[in-house]
Design a protein around this ligand. Structure first.
Ligand code: GAP
Length: 537
C-alpha cells in the first residue's frame, strides 16, 4: 500500500514526534521541533551511528577495527573557512522570481513545455511556453493548457529544463517540407523568453532571469554589526573536521588511514524547504571524513558504501527500497571526484527515490584549500617514512540525521485496518523510542503499584513507558502508533500468580510471562538477530 505523507505528518503531530516550529505563532517555514518521542527517536538513530562509527568501528580489510575519533566543533567558524570551502561565492542555487505572484522557484526544478513542430511553412508566430514545477500532475498541466488556448493534449510538446532554454532554437531544415523542429544548437529562431508563462500565472513574461542565491545564514559576531563582523552558520558539519585535522593528528595518536566523525546542526537558507523535515533550513548531519592515501581511496570508497548499506539495514531499513545513484560527472559537487547517493523511496517521491545520504570521494580538495587560505601546513607525515609528507584524500559518508528520522518513520509506518488504531509504527527495536510499555489493566489500587514497581525495575536498562490512564484498548492503540514493540499488562491474575501478559506489537498475540522474567524476555526479544529472524520468518 502506498504510504501518504499527509498521514505520516499527522501521526507525528498527534503522537508528539514532530511539531512545526513556533506552532502557536503560525509556524516558520523550514523549521521543526522534535517532541518527546521524536527526540528519543532521533537520539537513538544518532547514538547508533556514533556507536557504529566511533565506539565500535567496523573491521577493515586487514581484519583489524578501523580507527575513528569523534569531534564536536563550533557552528560558527572564522568566515575565511567558507571562502576556502567554496561556500562563499559558490554555494548557490539558481532562483527565479515571479514578478506577478512574488513566488520564488528553484530554476533547476522548473521545466518548460515547448511545441515540437509547426505545420505552417511560414515564419510561425511562437506560441506561449508554459512553465511548470517538476512533477506537476498531468491534470494541472492540461488545465493550464486549456486556459492558455494550447489545446487539450501535451502530445506535440517537448519538455525541456528551464535552465536550458537559452540553448534551444527552432530550425527549419530544407529537407523537411518546411516543418519546424526544435533542436539544440543550430538556429533560425531562438526561443523567446518573453513567451514564458510561469507556474502560477496566466500571462507571459513575469519570470525573472535565474539568480544565484546564497544558502548560508549569516549573523554578526560582537557588538558592531558591520560587514567585517559578519559570520556564518555552518551549512555542513564537515568543515570543522578539516579545520581540526592538524590538532587531531598532533594529539589523538591516529595514523592514516583513520576517520574523524561529527554529528551536529547545520543550517541552509533553502529556497524551497519541503516535504516535511526532508528539506529544512535547520537540520542535523552525521558526517565521517575518512583520511587515506590517494591510491587506496577507490578501495575505501567501496568499503564505506558497503558499511553504510549494512548500517541502514541494521536499523531496520529495507534495502530493496533504496536506489544507489552513481552521480554523473557533470552533476558532481565542485569538490567531488565520485559520489554515490543512497536514495530512498520516500512516500512523497514514490515510485521514485530521493537522497538520504551521499558518499563522496572529496580528493584532498578541502585540506588543500584550508592550507592555502590559512597559510598553515596541514600535511600528514608518514611516521614510518619521515620524508613522506602529503595531504591525504578523503572519503566522506555524509548523512542527514533528521532526514534519517523521516526515512525511519516512513519505513515503519504500516497501515493495518484490522487494529483499532488502523496503523502502527513497525520500528526496529533499536530505534523505537520506547522498547516496552507497562500497563496496569485498570487504575485500581491493586494494579497500579505492581505496574509502577515493574516499571522502576526495568527503566534502568530499557526505555520504558508507564501508561495508566484510559481503557486498555486505547492504550494499546497509542503504543501501536508510537511503535512500542512490547506491552506488559498487570491484571487480576498477576495478583494470584505474579505473571503479566505480554502483547507483541506486530502480531498482536498475547502470552503470559512471569514478572521476574520480563527483563530477560526483553533482552532476548530485542536482540537484532531475533528481530531479523522474525522479519524473515
Ligand atoms: N558535507 C557534504 C554535504 O553536506 P550534502 O549532500 O549537501 O553533502 C549531505 O548533504 C546530507 O545532508 C544529505 O544527503 C541529506 O541527508 C542531508 N541534508 C542536506 N541538506 C538538507 C536539508 N536542507 N534538510 C535536511 N537534510 C539535509
Amino acid at each position: 500500500m502506498i504510504k501518504d505523507m499527509k498521514d505520516i505528518v499527522s501521526l507525528c503531530k498527534r503522537r508528539g514526534f514532530i511539531f512545526p516550529a513556533s506552532d502557536i505563532y503560525g509556524g516558520i517555514n523550514g523549521f521543526w521541533d522534535y517532541g518527546p518521542l521524536g527526540t528519543e527517536l532521533k537520539n537513538n538513530i544518532r547514538d547508533l551511528w556514533w556507536k557504529a562509527m566511533v565506539l565500535t568501528p567496523p573491521v577493515g580489510p586487514d581484519g583489524q577495527p578501523v580507527q575513528i575519533v569523534g569531534l564536536d566543533s563550533a557552528i560558527i567558524q572564522n568566515p575565511k573557512c567558507w571562502e576556502a570551502s567554496g561556500h562563499i561565492g559558490g554555494f548557490n542555487d539558481p532562483m527565479v522570481d515571479c514578478k506577478e505572484t512574488k513566488k520564488r522557484y528553484r530554476a533547476d526544478h522548473l521545466v518548460a513545455y515547448v511545441i515540437s513542430h509547426y505545420m505552417d511553412d511560414d515564419q510561425p508566430e511562437l506560441k506561449l511556453i508554459p512553465v511548470f514545477e517538476q512533477n506537476t500532475p498531468e491534470e494541472e498541466i492540461l488545465k493550464k493548457f486549456k486556459k492558455l488556448g494550447l489545446g487539450a493534449s501535451t502530445e506535440n510538446y517537448k519538455v525541456i529544463p528551464f535552465m536550458d532554454i537559452e540553448n534551444y532554437h527552432y530550425t527549419n531544415p530544407d529537407n523537411d517540407h518546411g516543418m519546424l523542429h526544435l533542436e539544440e544548437g543550430k538556429s533560425i529562431l531562438r526561443l523567446r523568453k518573453d513567451k514564458l508563462v510561469g507556474p502560477d500565472v496566466k500571462i507571459p513574461d513575469t519570470l525573472t532571469e535565474p539568480k544565484q542565491f546564497n544558502l548560508m545564514f549569516h549573523t554578526f559576531v560582537g557588538a558592531n554589526a558591520t560587514e567585517d563582523d559578519k559570520a556564518y552558520l555552518r551549512p555542513e558539519t564537515c568543515a570543522g573536521i578539516f579545520l581540526n585535522f592538524k590538532n587531531i593528528i598532533d594529539t589523538a595518536r591516529v595514523k592514516v588511514p583513520f576517520g574523524i566523525a561529527q554529528i551536529g546542526k547545520a543550517f541552509r537558507n533553502e529556497v524551497t524547504p519541503r516535504n516535511f523535515i526532508f528539506r529544512s533550513r535547520e537540520f542535523e548531519q552525521m558526517e565521517l571524513e575518512w583520511f587515506c592515501e590517494k591510491e587506496d581511496a577507490p578501495q575505501w570508497f567501496e568499503f564505506w558504501v558497503d558499511q553504510r548499506k549494512k548500517w541502514w539495514e541494521s536499523i531496520g531499513m529495507d534495502l530493496s527500497k533504496f536506489h544507489f545513484l552513481d552521480v554523473e560527472k557533470a552533476d558532481l559537487a565542485h569538490y567531488s571526484d565520485r559520489t554515490i547517493d543512497f536514495e530512498y523511496q520516500f512516500p512523497f517521491a514514490y515510485p521514485d527515490y530521493d537522497e538520504l545520504e551521499g558518499i563522496a570521494h572529496r580528493g584532498n580538495f578541502d585540506l588543500t584549500q584550508h592550507q592555502e587560505f590559512s597559510g598553515q601546513k596541514l600535511e600528514y607525515m608518514d611516521p614510518s617514512d619521515n620524508t613522506k609528507r602529503y595531504l591525504p584524500d578523503v572519503i566522506e559518508p555524509s548523512c542527514g540525521l533528521t532526514r534519517a528520522v523521516l526515512g525511519v518513520l516512513s519505513e515503519a509506518y504500516t497501515v493495518d485496518e484490522s487494529r483499532p488504531s488502523g496503523v502502527y509504527l513497525n520500528f526496529h527495536p533499536s530505534v523505537a523510542p520506547k522498547k516496552a510499555a507497562i500497563l496496569p489493566l485498570t487504575a485500581k489500587e491493586e494494579h497500579v503499584p505492581i505496574a509502577t514497581k515493574l516499571y522502576m525495575d526495568l527503566r534502568e536498562e530499557f526505555a520504558i513507558d508507564l501508561d495508566v490512564k484510559q481503557n486498555i484498548g486505547k492504550r494499546y492503540a497509542r503504543q501501536d502508533e508510537i511503535g512500542t514493540p512490547y506491552c506488559f499488562t498487570v491484571d487480576n491474575q498477576t495478583l494470584e500468580d505474579q505473571t503479566v501478559t505480554v502483547r507483541d506489537r506486530n502480531t498482536m498475540t498475547q502470552e503470559r510471562v512471569n514478572m521476574d522474567q520480563v527483563a530477560s524476555y526483553l533482552r532476548e526479544n530485542l536482540k537484532p538477530a531475533k528481530v531479523m529472524a522474525k522479519k524473515e520468518g
